[in-house]
Design a protein around this ligand. Structure first.
Ligand SMILES: C[S@@+](CC[C@H](N)C(=O)[O-])C[C@H]1O[C@@H](n2cnc3c(N)ncnc32)[C@H](O)[C@@H]1O
Length: 222
């Protein structure tokens, strides 16, 4: 069984408490900050600190393809595409069950409507990847443990060594927000890692302290 490494603050309850309180303030603020953030006018359900980390990962990995499950309004997708523009590399396939008409157009983005775990979707994703090798995956769709675990099993196969499989919103179910949510992304990650030694949590990606993806930056190590 693969043992999950401890995080940098797991043995420092004072630091953990300060980070968690700030996290909860950010999440539950009267301005509803996390639901009220935009990239060039498009709603984006991401903490800007995580978006900075995405930029650092993209620069380091230089992926040829980014797979995003859970498009919503396309703000995060456009952000990724614009970083790819600056790197002069990378296309994105973004998958969502819902169609939202006002999503941004960008030549590097392909939107696909369907469930992220449906057979047809996987076929389209494989076709989109084609012969390209450097693949990065972001899981940000249905956040139930069952769904995320299915996504992890399916999409982990596409990620090459040294690239990332990022699981969003591992902060649900009391880690430290939405304690009422029930088993979600964090619990899926924990179960996935137990039997998958090819991935390891990259805690260095939590260096900005507030992240909506604690233990969610998974790096392929073998
Ligand atoms: C958290 S939002 C995505 C946020 C977006 N990535 C961002 O950062 O702005 C989750 C999205 O997942 C979609 N979704 C829910 N279940 C899904 C499924 N089974 N397959 C694909 N998308 C799904 C929802 O329609 C919703 O738009």
């Amino acid at each position: 069984m693969n043992e999950i490494k401890k995080g940098p603050f797991d043995d420092d309850p004072n630091a953990r408490e300060i980070i968690d309180i700030f996290h909860q303030m950010y999440y539950y603020s009267s301005e509803k900050t996390w639901e009220n953030s935009f990239w060039l006018g498009y709603p984006t359900l991401k903490c800007p600190l995580d978006m900075w980390i995405y930029q650092e990962i993209l620069c380091k990995i230089q992926p040829e393809v980014i797979i995003e499950t859970g498009t919503y309004c396309g703000g995060s997708t456009l952000y990724l595409a614009m970083i790819c523009d600056m790197l002069k590399k990378g296309d994105i396939i973004s998958i969502d069950v819902e169609e939202i008409k006002e999503r941004p157009f960008h030549p590097r983005i392909k939107y696909f409507q369907g469930s992220s775990i449906a057979t047809d979707t996987i076929k389209i994703v494989k076709h989109f990847i084609s012969a390209r090798k450097k693949i990065m995956v972001i899981l940000d769709s249905d956040h139930s443990k069952k769904h995320v675990l299915q996504e992890l099993k399916i999409y982990s196969q596409f990620v090459d060594v040294s690239s990332y499989l990022i699981v969003e919103d591992t902060d649900f179910n009391g880690h430290p927000v939405k304690p009422e949510f029930g088993p979600g992304p964090m619990e899926a990650v924990e179960e996935f890692l137990k039997s998958n030694p090819h991935f390891s949590i990259d805690y260095s990606r939590e260096k900005l302290l507030l992240t909506q993806n604690p233990k969610g930056y998974l790096k392929r190590i073998s």
